[in-house]
Design a protein around this ligand. Structure first.
Ligand SMILES: [Zn+2]
Length: 333
């Protein structure tokens, strides 16, 4: 197992009262160290990405804007301040994602990029939602540029990854699957089942909106059903995972009720299928859930099964979730 880390990721400070704070990443690192997992991994230190890397997924105007605001500090919107130096740190996050994806493929070894700032809300021409550049999208595009045919991006953050969807909406080479809280009840307001792609990309986006209160059985069953079907038919060369821990029941910003066994279950199912697998840290605002969730994912990748709680996929999902998934599968057929 590989980890990607750089001290720059701790330096990003969007403000004293901003939920996307350095303590999140510190909680993840502390949990890995306390459980002896950090020492079992190889830790890689990334370079900054280049402007050309950014331009594979973003328009030059967005890069210019973030670069300019980063000189003296500014803001893109209320949620997304641009403190001094943001551009360089965000380039280091993109660079970390590029390194994670490349090494996972080259070494056939799961990799976790412990990134800040996150990226999945960042669209081709617009940044928002605590995100500046889209780490996972740029990594997926660079894998394709390097010769891979098909990349699957799985997004299990509680918010819909509108940015990643936007960037690959017309592409049949990247399949985007997102499980998230019902967009009628949470930022960014997109991610309905009928959003399945555009042009050549139709049928290569799968959105699974889950009602507030959905828990382990719902999330795990929806993941198994949709990911299993897509993985079998799309046969990706690599899987990149946008992992937010904010679907957790303790998260202060969201209303899903997932617990740690679900993250374990999903990781087991991923590793069972491929080791060309890279995790990208996105959201997650409860420090306990962040530490326990990241540690659980890394432990499963290392084949360390710490608890013997019942696999949540054994329980039945609620009727609304079943209905949503059936509706989605009809759209994809
Ligand atoms: Zn989120």
């Amino acid at each position: 197992m590989l980890l990607v880390h750089h001290d720059d990721y701790l330096a990003h400070n969007p403000g004293a009262f901003h939920p996307e704070r350095r303590a999140r990443l510190e909680a993840a690192i502390t949990a890995l160290k306390e459980r002896g997992l950090w020492e079992l991994c190889t830790v890689l230190s990334p370079e900054m990405c280049t402007r050309d890397d950014l331009l594979t997924c973003h328009v030059p105007e967005l890069v210019d804007l973030i670069e300019r605001l980063s000189l003296q500090g500014g803001a893109i919107d209320m949620d997304t301040p641009v403190p001094t130096g943001t551009h360089a740190i965000a380039c280091r996050a993109v660079g970390g994602g590029l390194l994670a994806a490349r090494e996972a493929v080259k070494r056939d070894e799961p990799t976790f990029a412990l990134l800040r700032p996150p990226g999945h809300h960042s669209e081709r021409a617009r940044a928002c939602g605590f995100c500046y550049y889209n780490n996972v999208a740029i990594a997926a595009q660079r894998l394709l540029d390097g010769g891979l045919q098909r990349v699957l991006v799985l997004d299990i953050d509680c918010h819909h990854g509108n940015g990643t969807q936007d960037i690959f909406y017309s592409s049949p080479d990247v399949f985007y699957i997102s499980l998230h809280q019902d967009p009628r009840t949470l930022f960014p307001g997109s991610g309905f089942t009928h959003e399945t792609g555009r042009g050549d990309g139709v049928g290569f986006t799968a959105n699974v909106p889950l009602p507030p209160g959905a828990g382990d059985a719902d999330f795990s069953w929806a993941f198994d059903t949709v990911f299993g079907k897509v993985y079998g038919s799309f046969r990706p060369d690599a899987v990149l995972v946008s992992v937010g821990l904010d679907a957790h029941i303790n998260d202060p910003l969201t209303s899903l009720e997932v617990t740690i066994p679900t993250y374990r279950h999903i990781t087991r199912e991923l590793v069972r299928r491929t080791r060309k697998l890279a995790f990208f840290l996105e959201g997650g605002y409860d420090l306990g859930a962040m530490g326990n969730g990241v540690a659980a994912i890394v432990a499963e990748c290392l084949d360390k099964h710490e608890d013997d709680t019942e696999d949540p996929a054994q329980a039945s999902p609620g009727p609304r979730v079943k209905e949503t998934v059936e509706e989605l599968l009809e759209q994809l057929d």
